[in-house]
Design a protein around this ligand. Structure first.
Ligand code: NAD
Length: 484
C-alpha cells in the first residue's frame, strides 16, 4: 500500500539545541525521512541553533552521522542525504545572551512559515521566546514547539505557560507529547469514532476495566541523578499515560479539530477523582548480579523516587462511573511493551453451560513493539466433541497491513513536526490541559511525600512489585502479562 504524501508549504525551521541528543536522535533523522518521502518543498530550510561553536559544514557532518546512526539502513541513501544536508544551516546562539541573534535574523526568509523548535532545557524556554520577539525574528504567525518536561508541578507549569504567553498566542504554541504522534494512538480515535461497532459498548455498562501499560526494559542508567528529581509519576504518568487515558475515555468531539478534541480531553482530566494511597503502588528496581539497583543508579542510597508506579484511577462522569482505569509504567521491567487493553464484561448469561467457561472480549491496542490492534473474540473450538468455547485473536499488525510503509509509521516526531508546519494543533497539548494534569498529579505526590512513603523494591526485569498485582487481585482482576 502506498501512502499519500501531501507536501507542506515552504518553511524555515530553527532547531534550538540542534546539536543535542534529541535533535540528533529524533528530530533531524525524522526530517530527513520526510524529505525522502517528498514532503518537504525544494526551498525549505532547517537551521540548527545552539551554543556549541560550529560552522554549517560541521553541523552538516553531525547531522549526517546522526542520520546514519539513527535512521534505518533501508532509508539511508548517500545521494539523498547529500541533498538533504544542503538545506541545513547553523548559527551559534546563546539563549541567555545576545550572541548570534542578529545572525539568525539575517538568515530567516520573509513570506515562509517560521517554526522554532525549543529542543533545550525548559529553563531556557522563556529566554528564547523573549529574544525571538525582541529581535523581531518571530512574527505573529510563527510557531514554537516545546519539549517535555513541561514543568515539574502546577506552579512551574503555570510559570512556563506565562513566560510563553507573554510573547506567543496559544495558537502558536505546540507542546509536544510524542505519544500523541504514534500511529496507534491516532488509530485509537479512528477506531472509536470511525466505526459504529465500538462506541455503543464504550462505557461502564459493557467495559469491565481498562489497563494502560508503558513498560520499559532500560533502567535510568547515566540519567539517574536527573531522573531522581522526577520519577515515574512526573516523567511518564502526568504526560504520556494521561494523554492515552484522555483519548480512550473522552466523549466524541463534534469535529476532528484541535480545540474540539482538546476540550474533550480536558473534561476527562477534570473528571479524574483523587486517589487514596491503597490504590497507588510505587516501586524501585533492585540490583542484579551485574547491574546496579535504582538507588545506586540515582546516586542516593535513601532515594524515595519511584522507577515504577501503578494506579487505579476513576473518572466521575456518566460514561465511566464505576469502571476502573489501571495505569502502570516502570523501568527495568520484563519487556518493552506499551499497550492499552479494554477489557469488556463477561456475557451476562452463558447458554453453553458452565463447562464452556466464562469469556470476555478484549481489545488490545499495542503502541510498541509491533504497533497494531487485537480484538479477542470467543468462538467454538473447531472439531467434533460438543460446544466448547475458545478465545481467538482478530489481529491487525500495522507492519503487516501496511507492508513497506510500516517503517514510516514508527516514528512520531516526523509526523508531529509536519503538523507544526501545517498549523494543526490537534495532537499537541494545550496549556490548560497541562495545568489540569498537574493539578490532579500534585496532591498525589504531596500526599505520599507527607506520608513518607517508601517505594517497594522489585526484582529487575520482572512485572514490578508484587503489591501492584495484589492491588488488582483484591478486586478479582489481574494485569495483562508484560511481554515483548
Ligand atoms: P542535550 O543536553 O543533549 O542538548 C541540549 C542542546 O541545547 C545542545 O544543542 C546545547 O548546545 C543547547 N544549549 C544548551 N544551552 C544553551 C544556551 N544557553 N543557548 C543555546 N543553546 C543551548 O539535551 P537533549 O537531550 O537534546 O534535550 C533537549 C530537550 O528535550 C530537553 O528539554 C529535554 O528534557 C527534552 N527531551 C529530550 C529527550 C531525549 O530523548 N533526549 C526526550 C524527551 C524530551
Amino acid at each position: 500500500m502506498v501512502s499519500r504524501v501531501i507536501p507542506v508549504d515552504d518553511f524555515d525551521l530553527v532547531i534550538f539545541g540542534g546539536t543535542g541528543d534529541l535533535a540528533r536522535r529524533k528530530i533531524l533523522p525524522g526530517l530527513y525521512r520526510r524529505f525522502c518521502a517528498g514532503q518537504m518543498p525544494e526551498t525549505a530550510r532547517i537551521i540548527g541553533a545552539a551554543r556549541s561553536e560550529h560552522d554549517t559544514e560541521e553541523f552538516r557532518r553531525i547531522v549526517r552521522e546522526a542520520i546514519l546512526e539513527f535512521s534505518s539502513k533501508h532509508s539511508c541513501d548517500e545521494a539523498l542525504i547529500g541533498d538533504f544536508l544542503k538545506r541545513l544551516d547553523y548559527v551559534q546562539v546563546d539563549a541567555r545572551g545576545e550572541e548570534g541573534w542578529n545572525a539568525l535574523k539575517e538568515m530567516m526568509r520573509e513570506d515562509v512559515i517560521k517554526a522554532y523548535y525549543f529542543s533545550v532545557a525548559p529553563s531556557l524556554f522563556g529566554d528564547i521566546a523573549e529574544r525571538l520577539m525582541s529581535h523581531g525574528i518571530a512574527d505573529d504567525k510563527a510557531r514554537i514547539v516545546v519539549e517535555k518536561p513541561f514543568g515539574r508541578d502546577l506552579a512551574s507549569a503555570k510559570a512556563l505557560n506565562r513566560d510563553l504567553a507573554k510573547h506567543f498566542d496559544e495558537t502558536q504554541i505546540y507542546r509536544i507529547d510524542h505519544y500523541l504522534g504514534k500511529e496507534t494512538v491516532q488509530n485509537l480515535m479512528a477506531v472509536r469514532f470511525g466505526n459504529i461497532l465500538f462506541e455503543p459498548l464504550w462505557n461502564s455498562q459493557y467495559v469491565d476495566h481498562i489497563q494502560i501499560t508503558v513498560a520499559e526494559t532500560v533502567g535510568v542508567g547515566g540519567r539517574g541523578e536527573y531522573y531522581d528529581r522526577s520519577g515515574a509519576m512526573r516523567d511518564m504518568v502526568q504526560n504520556h499515560l494521561m494523554q492515552l487515558l484522555c483519548l480512550i475515555a473522552m466523549e466524541p468531539p463534534s469535529r476532528f479539530d484541535p480545540d474540539a478534541v482538546r476540550d474533550e480531553k480536558l473534561k476527562v482530566i477534570r473528571a479524574l477523582e483523587p486517589i487514596d494511597h491503597h490504590h497507588i503502588v510505587r516501586g524501585q528496581y533492585e540490583a542484579t548480579d551485574t547491574e546496579p539497583s535504582y538507588r545506586e543508579d540515582a546516586g542516593d542510597p535513601r532515594s524515595r523516587t519511584e522507577s515504577f508506579i501503578a494506579l487505579r484511577c476513576m473518572i466521575s462522569n456518566w460514561r465511566w462511573a464505576g469502571t476502573p482505569f489501571f495505569l502502570r509504567t516502570g523501568k527495568k521491567l520484563k519487556a518493552r511493551n506499551s499497550e492499552i487493553a479494554v477489557v469488556f464484561k463477561d456475557a451476562p448469561h452463558s447458554i453453553f453451560g458452565e463447562e464452556a467457561g466464562r469469556h470476555a472480549n478484549l481489545l488490545s491496542i499495542r503502541l510498541q513493539p509491533n504497533e497494531g490492534m487485537t480484538l479477542k473474540v470467543t468462538i467454538k473450538e473447531p472439531g467434533p466433541g460438543g460446544m466448547r468455547l475458545i478465545d481467538v485473536p482478530l489481529d491487525m499488525s500495522f507492519a503487516e497491513a501496511l507492508g513497506e510503509d510500516a517503517e514510516e509509521i514508527t516514528d512520531a516526531y516526523e509526523r508531529l513536526i509536519m503538523d507544526v508546519i501545517r498549523g494543526n494543533q490537534t495532537l499537541f497539548m494545550r496549556g490548560d490541559e497541562v495545568e489540569a494534569a498537574w493539578a490532579w498529579t500534585d496532591p498525589l505526590i504531596e500526599s505520599w511525600e507527607a506520608r513518607g512513603d517508601v517505594p517497594k523494591p522489585y526484582e529487575a526485569y520482572s512485572s514490578g512489585p508484587e503489591e501492584a498485582a495484589i492491588m488488582l487481585h483484591r478486586e478479582g482482576r489481574r494485569w495483562r502479562e508484560i511481554k515483548g
